[in-house]
Design a binder for this molecule. Sequence first.
Ligand code: SF4
Length: 329
Amino acid sequence: MSGARQVKFYQVGSLAAGNRLLAPALRSGQADPDRSNALTCGHRACQGCGEALGARYVLDAAQRASGGKVIAVNATGCLEVFSTPYPETSWQLPWLHSLFGNAPAVAAGVAAALRAQGRTDVRVIGQGGDGGTVDIGLGCLSGMFERDDDVLYVCYDNEAYMNTGVQRSGATPPAARTATTQTGAPFGQGKSLPLIAMAHGIPYVATATVAGLRDLEAKVHRAMGMRGARYLHVLVPCPLGWGTASHDTVRVARLAERCGLFPVFEAVDGEVTDVTPIRRRIPVEEYLRPQKRYAHLFEPEVRTDVIARLQRAADRNVARFGLAEEEAP
Ligand code: SF4
Protein backbone atom coordinates (compact mmCIF):
# COMPACT_ATOMS: atom_id res chain seq x y z
CA MET A 1 0.00 0.00 0.00
CA SER A 2 1.79 3.11 -1.14
CA GLY A 3 1.68 6.10 1.20
CA ALA A 4 0.22 4.14 4.13
CA ARG A 5 2.07 3.89 7.41
CA GLN A 6 3.21 0.50 8.48
CA VAL A 7 1.21 -0.67 11.48
CA LYS A 8 1.81 -3.52 13.87
CA PHE A 9 -0.61 -6.35 14.38
CA TYR A 10 -0.42 -7.31 18.03
CA GLN A 11 -3.24 -9.79 18.19
CA VAL A 12 -4.60 -11.30 15.01
CA GLY A 13 -8.37 -11.18 14.89
CA SER A 14 -8.88 -8.65 17.66
CA LEU A 15 -11.11 -5.63 17.25
CA ALA A 16 -8.04 -3.40 17.52
CA ALA A 17 -6.22 -5.21 14.73
CA GLY A 18 -9.37 -5.27 12.62
CA ASN A 19 -9.73 -1.55 13.11
CA ARG A 20 -6.30 -1.10 11.55
CA LEU A 21 -7.68 -2.41 8.31
CA LEU A 22 -9.68 0.81 7.99
CA ALA A 23 -8.32 3.94 6.35
CA PRO A 24 -6.21 5.89 8.90
CA ALA A 25 -8.77 8.70 9.08
CA LEU A 26 -11.48 6.26 10.12
CA ARG A 27 -9.48 4.49 12.82
CA SER A 28 -10.06 5.18 16.45
CA GLY A 29 -8.56 4.41 19.83
CA GLN A 30 -5.92 1.74 19.86
CA ALA A 31 -5.81 1.45 16.06
CA ASP A 32 -4.88 5.12 15.62
CA PRO A 33 -1.41 5.01 14.01
CA ASP A 34 -0.40 8.05 16.09
CA ARG A 35 -0.81 6.10 19.33
CA SER A 36 2.22 4.37 20.75
CA ASN A 37 0.03 1.77 22.49
CA ALA A 38 2.40 1.69 25.44
CA LEU A 39 -0.06 -0.66 27.13
CA THR A 40 -1.21 -2.76 24.25
CA CYS A 41 -3.98 -5.32 23.84
CA GLY A 42 -3.82 -8.90 25.04
CA HIS A 43 -3.55 -8.15 28.78
CA ARG A 44 -5.81 -9.76 31.34
CA ALA A 45 -7.71 -6.89 32.92
CA CYS A 46 -11.40 -7.46 33.60
CA GLN A 47 -13.79 -6.27 30.94
CA GLY A 48 -14.41 -2.55 31.44
CA CYS A 49 -11.41 -2.02 33.74
CA GLY A 50 -11.00 1.70 34.35
CA GLU A 51 -7.38 1.26 35.38
CA ALA A 52 -6.41 -0.30 32.03
CA LEU A 53 -8.17 2.54 30.22
CA GLY A 54 -6.58 5.24 32.34
CA ALA A 55 -3.07 3.79 32.17
CA ARG A 56 -3.21 3.43 28.41
CA TYR A 57 -4.16 7.07 27.94
CA VAL A 58 -1.62 8.32 30.49
CA LEU A 59 1.33 6.41 29.04
CA ASP A 60 0.46 7.16 25.43
CA ALA A 61 0.15 10.87 26.23
CA ALA A 62 3.48 10.76 28.09
CA GLN A 63 5.11 9.03 25.14
CA ARG A 64 3.80 11.70 22.78
CA ALA A 65 4.98 14.48 25.09
CA SER A 66 8.48 13.05 25.41
CA GLY A 67 9.14 11.82 21.89
CA GLY A 68 8.74 8.22 23.03
CA LYS A 69 11.39 8.42 25.75
CA VAL A 70 9.64 7.25 28.88
CA ILE A 71 10.67 4.74 31.53
CA ALA A 72 7.77 3.53 33.70
CA VAL A 73 8.09 2.11 37.20
CA ASN A 74 5.07 0.17 38.41
CA ALA A 75 4.06 -0.71 41.95
CA THR A 76 2.55 -4.11 42.64
CA GLY A 77 -1.18 -4.06 42.07
CA CYS A 78 -3.86 -4.88 39.52
CA LEU A 79 -2.12 -2.92 36.76
CA GLU A 80 1.07 -4.92 37.22
CA VAL A 81 -0.72 -8.26 37.69
CA PHE A 82 -2.93 -8.09 34.63
CA SER A 83 -0.27 -6.63 32.32
CA THR A 84 2.69 -8.90 33.07
CA PRO A 85 1.74 -12.52 33.73
CA TYR A 86 5.18 -14.14 33.40
CA PRO A 87 6.59 -14.55 30.78
CA GLU A 88 4.26 -12.21 28.89
CA THR A 89 3.95 -8.43 28.94
CA SER A 90 1.63 -5.89 27.40
CA TRP A 91 4.07 -3.01 27.89
CA GLN A 92 5.77 -1.56 24.87
CA LEU A 93 8.13 0.76 26.70
CA PRO A 94 10.91 0.27 29.29
CA TRP A 95 8.96 -0.88 32.34
CA LEU A 96 10.08 -1.93 35.83
CA HIS A 97 8.04 -3.74 38.43
CA SER A 98 8.91 -2.62 41.96
CA LEU A 99 7.57 -3.81 45.30
CA PHE A 100 4.10 -2.77 46.47
CA GLY A 101 5.34 0.22 48.42
CA ASN A 102 8.57 1.46 46.86
CA ALA A 103 7.63 2.51 43.31
CA PRO A 104 8.24 6.23 44.09
CA ALA A 105 11.70 5.41 45.50
CA VAL A 106 12.60 3.20 42.53
CA ALA A 107 11.36 5.87 40.10
CA ALA A 108 13.42 8.48 41.97
CA GLY A 109 16.44 6.19 41.64
CA VAL A 110 15.93 5.83 37.90
CA ALA A 111 15.64 9.62 37.60
CA ALA A 112 18.85 10.05 39.63
CA ALA A 113 20.71 7.55 37.42
CA LEU A 114 19.58 9.40 34.30
CA ARG A 115 20.69 12.70 35.84
CA ALA A 116 24.11 11.20 36.61
CA GLN A 117 24.38 10.18 32.96
CA GLY A 118 23.34 13.63 31.78
CA ARG A 119 20.23 12.18 30.11
CA THR A 120 17.65 14.94 30.35
CA ASP A 121 15.71 13.64 27.35
CA VAL A 122 14.45 10.45 29.05
CA ARG A 123 11.51 11.00 31.42
CA VAL A 124 10.38 8.85 34.33
CA ILE A 125 6.87 7.90 35.36
CA GLY A 126 5.99 6.10 38.57
CA GLN A 127 2.59 4.52 38.82
CA GLY A 128 0.50 2.46 41.18
CA GLY A 129 -2.98 1.85 42.50
CA ASP A 130 -4.42 3.56 45.56
CA GLY A 131 -3.20 0.82 47.91
CA GLY A 132 0.40 1.11 46.76
CA THR A 133 0.19 4.90 46.73
CA VAL A 134 -2.07 6.08 49.53
CA ASP A 135 -1.13 3.41 52.06
CA ILE A 136 1.93 1.24 51.51
CA GLY A 137 3.98 3.63 49.39
CA LEU A 138 3.07 6.88 51.13
CA GLY A 139 6.42 7.29 52.92
CA CYS A 140 8.41 6.76 49.71
CA LEU A 141 6.09 9.09 47.83
CA SER A 142 6.39 11.81 50.44
CA GLY A 143 10.18 11.52 50.23
CA MET A 144 10.01 11.78 46.44
CA PHE A 145 7.90 14.94 46.80
CA GLU A 146 10.17 16.40 49.47
CA ARG A 147 13.32 15.90 47.35
CA ASP A 148 11.47 17.22 44.29
CA ASP A 149 12.69 14.24 42.27
CA ASP A 150 12.09 14.59 38.54
CA VAL A 151 9.26 12.03 38.37
CA LEU A 152 5.62 12.18 37.36
CA TYR A 153 3.84 9.83 39.76
CA VAL A 154 0.38 8.63 38.70
CA CYS A 155 -2.08 7.03 41.12
CA TYR A 156 -4.88 5.02 39.49
CA ASP A 157 -7.47 5.20 42.25
CA ASN A 158 -10.07 2.42 42.24
CA GLU A 159 -10.69 2.95 45.94
CA ALA A 160 -9.66 -0.46 47.32
CA TYR A 161 -7.11 -3.28 47.04
CA MET A 162 -8.67 -4.96 44.02
CA ASN A 163 -6.01 -7.48 42.97
CA THR A 164 -6.00 -9.14 46.39
CA GLY A 165 -9.79 -9.38 46.73
CA VAL A 166 -11.31 -5.91 47.27
CA GLN A 167 -10.02 -5.00 50.72
CA ARG A 168 -10.43 -1.46 52.06
CA SER A 169 -7.60 0.97 51.34
CA GLY A 170 -6.91 4.43 52.72
CA ALA A 171 -8.70 5.80 49.65
CA THR A 172 -11.90 3.77 50.13
CA PRO A 173 -14.74 6.27 50.54
CA PRO A 174 -16.99 6.24 53.60
CA ALA A 175 -19.90 3.73 53.53
CA ALA A 176 -18.46 1.67 50.66
CA ARG A 177 -18.64 -2.08 51.23
CA THR A 178 -15.41 -4.01 50.75
CA ALA A 179 -14.28 -7.47 51.82
CA THR A 180 -13.00 -5.96 55.06
CA THR A 181 -15.80 -3.43 55.63
CA GLN A 182 -18.91 -5.56 55.23
CA THR A 183 -21.23 -2.92 56.65
CA GLY A 184 -19.52 -0.07 54.83
CA ALA A 185 -16.24 1.76 55.39
CA PRO A 186 -16.37 4.05 58.46
CA PHE A 187 -16.85 7.79 58.15
CA GLY A 188 -13.95 10.05 58.98
CA GLN A 189 -11.44 7.63 57.44
CA GLY A 190 -9.70 7.87 54.10
CA LYS A 191 -7.12 10.29 52.76
CA SER A 192 -7.02 12.86 50.01
CA LEU A 193 -3.62 12.24 48.43
CA PRO A 194 -3.96 15.20 46.05
CA LEU A 195 -4.29 17.53 49.07
CA ILE A 196 -1.39 15.78 50.81
CA ALA A 197 0.70 16.20 47.65
CA MET A 198 -0.23 19.89 47.47
CA ALA A 199 0.89 20.34 51.06
CA HIS A 200 4.40 19.36 49.90
CA GLY A 201 4.38 22.40 47.59
CA ILE A 202 5.45 20.35 44.56
CA PRO A 203 5.29 21.98 41.10
CA TYR A 204 2.17 20.20 39.84
CA VAL A 205 -0.77 18.24 41.24
CA ALA A 206 -3.87 17.31 39.27
CA THR A 207 -6.89 15.03 39.42
CA ALA A 208 -8.76 13.47 36.51
CA THR A 209 -11.15 10.63 35.71
CA VAL A 210 -11.56 8.24 32.82
CA ALA A 211 -14.75 10.13 31.95
CA GLY A 212 -12.54 12.97 30.68
CA LEU A 213 -9.83 11.31 28.61
CA ARG A 214 -8.92 14.48 26.72
CA ASP A 215 -8.61 16.33 30.02
CA LEU A 216 -6.45 13.48 31.33
CA GLU A 217 -4.18 13.62 28.28
CA ALA A 218 -3.88 17.41 28.54
CA LYS A 219 -2.84 17.12 32.19
CA VAL A 220 -0.21 14.51 31.35
CA HIS A 221 1.16 16.82 28.64
CA ARG A 222 1.26 19.73 31.09
CA ALA A 223 3.01 17.63 33.72
CA MET A 224 5.54 16.31 31.21
CA GLY A 225 6.38 19.89 30.28
CA MET A 226 7.57 20.52 33.84
CA ARG A 227 10.50 19.25 35.89
CA GLY A 228 10.54 18.07 39.48
CA ALA A 229 8.02 16.00 41.42
CA ARG A 230 4.57 15.96 39.88
CA TYR A 231 1.46 14.04 40.96
CA LEU A 232 -1.61 12.94 38.98
CA HIS A 233 -4.53 11.23 40.71
CA VAL A 234 -6.93 9.45 38.33
CA LEU A 235 -10.28 7.97 39.36
CA VAL A 236 -10.59 4.59 37.62
CA PRO A 237 -13.80 2.67 38.41
CA CYS A 238 -13.37 -1.08 38.92
CA PRO A 239 -16.39 -3.10 37.76
CA LEU A 240 -15.38 -6.03 39.97
CA GLY A 241 -14.87 -4.13 43.20
CA TRP A 242 -17.55 -1.50 42.72
CA GLY A 243 -20.18 -3.93 41.49
CA THR A 244 -20.91 -2.01 38.32
CA ALA A 245 -21.59 -3.16 34.79
CA SER A 246 -18.46 -3.32 32.66
CA HIS A 247 -20.03 -1.01 30.09
CA ASP A 248 -20.73 1.60 32.79
CA THR A 249 -17.13 2.44 33.74
CA VAL A 250 -17.00 5.82 32.02
CA ARG A 251 -20.57 6.70 33.06
CA VAL A 252 -19.88 5.95 36.74
CA ALA A 253 -16.69 8.04 36.63
CA ARG A 254 -18.72 10.90 35.16
CA LEU A 255 -21.35 10.56 37.91
CA ALA A 256 -18.56 10.75 40.53
CA GLU A 257 -17.53 14.09 39.04
CA ARG A 258 -21.06 15.41 38.61
CA CYS A 259 -22.18 14.73 42.17
CA GLY A 260 -19.10 16.45 43.62
CA LEU A 261 -17.58 13.46 45.41
CA PHE A 262 -14.55 13.50 43.10
CA PRO A 263 -13.35 17.06 42.44
CA VAL A 264 -11.35 17.55 39.25
CA PHE A 265 -8.74 20.27 39.55
CA GLU A 266 -5.14 21.35 39.00
CA ALA A 267 -2.72 22.89 41.46
CA VAL A 268 0.64 24.56 40.82
CA ASP A 269 3.13 25.05 43.66
CA GLY A 270 0.52 24.03 46.21
CA GLU A 271 -2.25 26.37 45.04
CA VAL A 272 -5.37 25.37 43.10
CA THR A 273 -5.14 27.04 39.69
CA ASP A 274 -8.01 25.47 37.76
CA VAL A 275 -11.10 23.33 38.35
CA THR A 276 -13.49 21.50 36.07
CA PRO A 277 -16.86 23.02 36.91
CA ILE A 278 -19.86 20.74 37.31
CA ARG A 279 -22.56 21.24 34.77
CA ARG A 280 -25.96 19.93 35.81
CA ARG A 281 -25.01 18.71 39.25
CA ILE A 282 -26.70 15.51 40.48
CA PRO A 283 -27.47 14.27 44.00
CA VAL A 284 -24.99 11.68 45.32
CA GLU A 285 -27.75 9.07 45.28
CA GLU A 286 -27.58 8.93 41.47
CA TYR A 287 -23.89 8.04 41.74
CA LEU A 288 -24.35 5.51 44.56
CA ARG A 289 -27.30 3.52 43.20
CA PRO A 290 -25.62 1.81 40.21
CA GLN A 291 -22.87 0.43 42.49
CA LYS A 292 -23.35 -2.81 44.43
CA ARG A 293 -20.77 -1.66 47.00
CA TYR A 294 -23.43 0.80 48.17
CA ALA A 295 -26.41 -1.59 47.84
CA HIS A 296 -26.73 -1.79 51.65
CA LEU A 297 -27.68 1.90 51.64
CA PHE A 298 -30.84 1.13 49.67
CA GLU A 299 -31.96 -2.32 50.91
CA PRO A 300 -33.63 -3.55 53.05
CA GLU A 301 -34.27 0.10 53.92
CA VAL A 302 -33.00 3.36 52.49
CA ARG A 303 -30.30 4.75 54.78
CA THR A 304 -31.19 8.41 54.38
CA ASP A 305 -28.86 9.33 57.26
CA VAL A 306 -25.79 7.83 55.55
CA ILE A 307 -26.73 9.21 52.13
CA ALA A 308 -27.17 12.65 53.71
CA ARG A 309 -23.64 12.45 55.18
CA LEU A 310 -22.23 11.58 51.77
CA GLN A 311 -24.21 14.44 50.25
CA ARG A 312 -22.64 16.79 52.79
CA ALA A 313 -19.18 15.53 51.81
CA ALA A 314 -19.95 16.28 48.16
CA ASP A 315 -21.30 19.72 49.11
CA ARG A 316 -18.06 20.44 50.99
CA ASN A 317 -16.02 19.58 47.89
CA VAL A 318 -18.17 21.80 45.71
CA ALA A 319 -17.74 24.72 48.11
CA ARG A 320 -14.06 24.09 48.78
CA PHE A 321 -12.99 23.87 45.12
CA GLY A 322 -15.63 26.19 43.67
CA LEU A 323 -17.04 23.42 41.49
CA ALA A 324 -20.51 24.83 40.93
CA GLU A 325 -20.47 26.35 37.46
CA GLU A 326 -21.27 29.87 38.65
CA GLU A 327 -18.63 29.59 41.40
CA ALA A 328 -15.82 28.40 39.12
CA PRO A 329 -12.97 30.90 38.67
S1 SF4 B 1 -10.21 -6.12 39.57
FE1 SF4 B 1 -10.77 -4.03 38.95
S2 SF4 B 1 -8.84 -2.88 38.72
FE2 SF4 B 1 -8.37 -5.10 38.70
S3 SF4 B 1 -8.36 -5.69 36.54
FE3 SF4 B 1 -10.43 -6.09 37.32
S4 SF4 B 1 -11.59 -4.20 36.88
FE4 SF4 B 1 -9.39 -3.71 36.70
